[in-house]
Design a protein around this ligand. Structure first.
Ligand code: AMP
Ligand code: ZN
Length: 493
């Protein structure tokens, strides 16, 4: 039996506004799509929060025994400045300003994105498709939507006819908006406007001569609308209806609303069973956003090189801080909050480190099995990581009291606490013990320190052949050992 069969997982579905029992379309399998970054600048910590929430969700699904196909795209075309319907592509703009090829911009920031995620110990998605790699699929969907009568061409651009769609379907059902209100609240169209209605959105835009990111299509040279790529890639890899679609709360409208419209118009079925939205990270009470300058880069936090925080914080401390809030709640970043998280995280790690050394007894003074189920109950309740962490701290308290001989634990329960703590802290929450030394430099110094210790042991045992061999072989690799009165240090040539 797989774990998921014995756990009653509930997920907050943005489509119904309710917490619903989760069952997947194909037993034992989950298809999950999450909107990825637009790679025109370094990801800030706000972006990371959304992706981290879904990393934790992905990890828990895997832990429960599901086989997950997790698709997280890279937006490398079609996303216009200010999320607008007209204007310059975000990537093309950056390329123009920096005198680079658009694909150089894409490469640079995709690499940055991966580096940051690796530091935060993210699991890679199953597929990471790009918008530019799926232009043909996007054109096919547009042709299909035109054929079904829900889109129209005008001067080389194609628009989705929202008013017509709303006659048979419900545009606005995800974001809880009414089309009439949306139309009433937007400016009336002028004769120059190509759209029939203000709420219509672009599926394909004609490329003006200066627009360098362009592809041939049945309607002339142009580029796809931003919302279309996610419909194309999610349908291609997960099918017409799949289990979960996620993204930040700010993508609910218009991005996800438009995705639903496109998919329903093209396939005639609702694309997603569970829509999940992660809430925003704020800084000084305002949404963290690159465009307003109210943002911090992960690297600025890890290095301490910023004007907001009093010190550097490791990736795991930042991750722990994020996990202390429920993914659907707004979370404000501050120096005090990070300091408190660091203290808490260290307390958790100290208890974990001491756990194997605890003396065991003939009986336990704490119901370990019930505690373990409470950990699962927290995660089963819409991935409630703050409640899970509170449960983990109940175990920390217990461990510390056993240490003081005020509580007792059996050998069997000790193993159960150990396994459960390891599972949730490392596998599900994705925290790491020594995050800082995960880079190559850290690993190298760890290995050399180990060799220095072995050399010292050899010398203490008067095994000079071995100690000299360690020194000489390291020297041959360009690592020089220096013996001083405080011990041995090393330098790399
Ligand atoms: P973008 O690169 O702008 O397309 O955004 C990538 C992801 O980051 C989207 O899912 C956004 O919803 C999310 N995002 C942007 N700003 C924040 C923030 N301040 N807090 C949490 N998520 C955010
Ligand atoms: Zn998307």
């Amino acid at each position: 039996m797989n774990l998921y069969q014995s756990q009653n997982l509930k997920i907050q579905n943005s489509l119904s506004g309710k917490k619903e029992n989760f069952t997947s379309i194909n037993e034992g399998h989950i298809g999950m799509y999450v909107c990825g970054p637009t790679v025109y600048s370094n990801v800030h910590l706000g972006n990371c929060r959304t992706f981290m929430s879904f990393d934790m969700i992905f990890r828990y699904f895997k832990h429960l025994g599901y086989k997950v196909r997790y698709v997280r795209n890279i937006t490398d075309a079609g996303h216009l400045v200010d999320d607008a319907e007209e204007g310059e592509d975000k990537i093309a703009k950056k390329a123009r300003l920096e005198k680079l090829e658009p694909m150089e911009v894409v490469q640079r920031y995709t690499v940055d994105f991966h580096n940051v995620l690796q530091k935060f110990n993210f699991l890679p998605p199953s597929i990471e498709p790009t918008a530019t790699g799926h232009i043909i699929e996007q054109i096919e969907i547009i042709k299909d939507i035109i054929e079904k009568g829900f889109a129209y061409e005008k001067n080389g651009s194609v628009y989705f006819d929202v008013v017509k769609f709303n006659k048979t379907n419900e545009y606005g059902k995800l974001s809880g908006r009414k089309l009439e209100d949306m139309i009433a609240n937007t400016r009336t169209l002028t004769a120059q406007d190509e759209k029939k209605n203000s709420q219509d959105f672009a599926l394909w835009k004609k490329a003006e001569p200066q627009h360098i990111m362009r592809w041939p299509s049945p309607w002339g040279d142009g580029f796809p609308g931003w919302h279309l790529e996610c419909t194309a890639m999610s349908t291609k890899y997960l099918g017409e209806t799949f289990d979960i679609h996620g993204g930040g709360m700010d993508l609910k409208f218009p991005h996800h609303e438009c995705e639903i419209a496109q998919a329903e118009a093209s396939n005639g079925v609702s694309p997603v069973n569970f829509w999940m939205h992660a809430n925003m990270l704020t800084l000084n009470g305002k949404k963290m956003a690159k465009s307003t300058g109210n943002s911090l880069l992960p690297e600025e936090i890890f290095s301490g090189n910023n004007t907001i925080l009093s010190k550097a914080f490791s990736p795991s401390v930042v991750r722990f801080f994020m996990m202390q809030a429920h993914y659907t709640s707004i979370l404000d970043l501050s120096n005090d909050a990070l300091l408190a998280s660091e203290k808490g995280f260290n307390r958790l790690l100290d208890a974990l480190a001491f756990l194997p050394k605890l003396d065991t007894d003939t009986a336990s003074s704490f119901d370990v099995k019930a505690w373990k189920q409470k950990c699962y109950d927290a995660m089963n309740d819409d991935f409630n990581s703050p409640i899970l962490i509170a449960q983990l701290f109940d175990a920390v308290k217990y461990i510390n009291l056993i240490k003081e001989q005020k509580e007792t634990i059996t050998a069997e329960d000790k193993t159960l606490v150990e396994n459960t703590m390891y599972t949730f802290v490392f596998d599900v929450l994705g925290l790491q013990v020594k995050n800082e030394s995960q880079n190559d430099e850290g690993k190298l110094s760890g290995v050399v320190e180990l060799l220095i210790q072995l050399r010292k042991q050899a010398r203490d045992n008067k095994d000079f052949a071995t100690s000299d061999k360690i020194r000489d072989e390291l020297m041959a690799l360009g690592i020089q050992l220096k013996d001083g009165k405080d011990g041995t240090t090393f330098s790399v040539a």
